[in-house]
Design a protein around this ligand. Structure first.
Ligand code: DON
Length: 317
């Protein structure tokens, strides 16, 4: 009982309450106008710019949600961490990282020049690396997408999660740069197959989730791939180390270094407006607000995370 007490007193997530998250959310509404809703995928421009949601899964698995908690949005680049996990589960780390680097980046998410200079994607969290990991999963039709969706449903324990057909079609029709990257990957001999393998990437980006789902994903990778309800089916500390290390160095793209300085936690953003954060061995955080900064990261999300991290001293450093 004594040991338990000590562990509990070290659990700063016990301090997290509805009121605390509410206060942080309200304080940061002021930043809403600073961001710009993504419109390079035309369908994304329809998002409600004023929506904000903030969710935490505490160390004991308890969920705290504030703001527009039922607002769904597309997962976009946050799907890349799930795809990385599924690809490494299936093919092994060695195989996946013989075709993508472990490099950080000073380049935007859709940068691809290194496919020429280094011959492979910088890391699996850039578009080039993520299109690669999903294509490596192979399979017929949308099999690879179904595996990724299945893993998102498992981690969140939310079988109702699906994808937005309109966002999928919108990106499929306008994603010429990603299509180019897919063919460069093929040209370099890194992947095989037809464009359905690229469609799987577009589909995985269109998976619709809430901030709460994101907090559960954050919790999973923070806790050796143990689910928020304690299920250990995929428990694997090497996997969580791998995924979190990639999130730390590349999850916020060219902002990752400055983000490591200010927040200091493995995180991943998506142009749908979501950010997922893992507080290693502790907490999962999910935020949503569709206004993005120049690097494609949610402005209000970043400020809410920063305030919570400072208040509870959650930085790794
Ligand atoms: O491939 C794309 O451009 C989008 N489906 C995902 C990009 C994204 O989310 C970048 N993150 N901030």
């Amino acid at each position: 009982a004594y040991a338990k007490k000590i562990i509990r007193s070290g659990d700063s997530s016990n301090l997290i309450t509805n009121e605390m998250l509410e206060r942080i959310l309200e304080k940061n509404r002021i930043h809403i106008g600073e961001g710009k809703v993504a419109d390079y995928i035309p369908e994304l421009s329809k998002a409600n710019a004023n929506a904000v949601a903030f969710s935490v899964v505490k160390q004991n698995g308890e969920v705290v949600n504030v703001g527009d908690v039922s607002q769904k949005f597309t997962i976009q680049s946050i799907s890349k961490v799930i795809a990385l996990m599924v690809a490494v589960e299936e093919l092994g780390e060695k195989e996946v990282f013989s075709k993508a680097g472990y490099y950080g980046t000073d380049k935007p998410f859709n940068h691809y020049a290194n496919l020429e200079t280094k011959g492979k994607p910088l890391n699996p969290l850039m578009n080039a690396g993520a299109i690669l990991t999903t294509a490596l999963l192979g399979g017929e039709n949308d099999e690879a997408f179904q595996k990724i969706l299945g893993m998102v449903r498992y981690i969140t324990k939310n079988e109702a999660i699906g994808y937005s057909h309109s966002v999928y079609m919108s990106e499929r029709e306008t994603g010429h740069r990603n299509r180019g990257i897919f063919h460069l990957l093929k040209n370099n001999g890194l992947i095989e197959g037809e464009e359905n393998r690229l469609d799987n990437y577009f589909k995985q980006c269109s998976i619709e989730i809430t901030a709460e789902d994101l907090a559960k994903i954050g919790y999973f990778f923070a806790n050796q791939c143990t689910r928020f309800d304690g299920d250990t089916k995929y428990k694997n500390s090497e996997m969580s180390k791998l995924v979190q290390s990639q999130m730390l160095i590349a999850g916020m793209y060219e902002f990752s270094g400055e983000y490591a300085r200010t927040v200091g936690l493995p995180s991943k953003s998506g142009v749908g407006g979501g950010i997922v954060v893992s507080v290693p061995n502790k907490i999962g955080i999910g935020t949503f607000s569709p206004g993005l900064d120049a690097q494609g990261n949610s402005v209000v999300g970043y400020h809410m995370i920063l305030d919570l991290v400072n208040e509870l001293n959650l930085s790794l450093f």
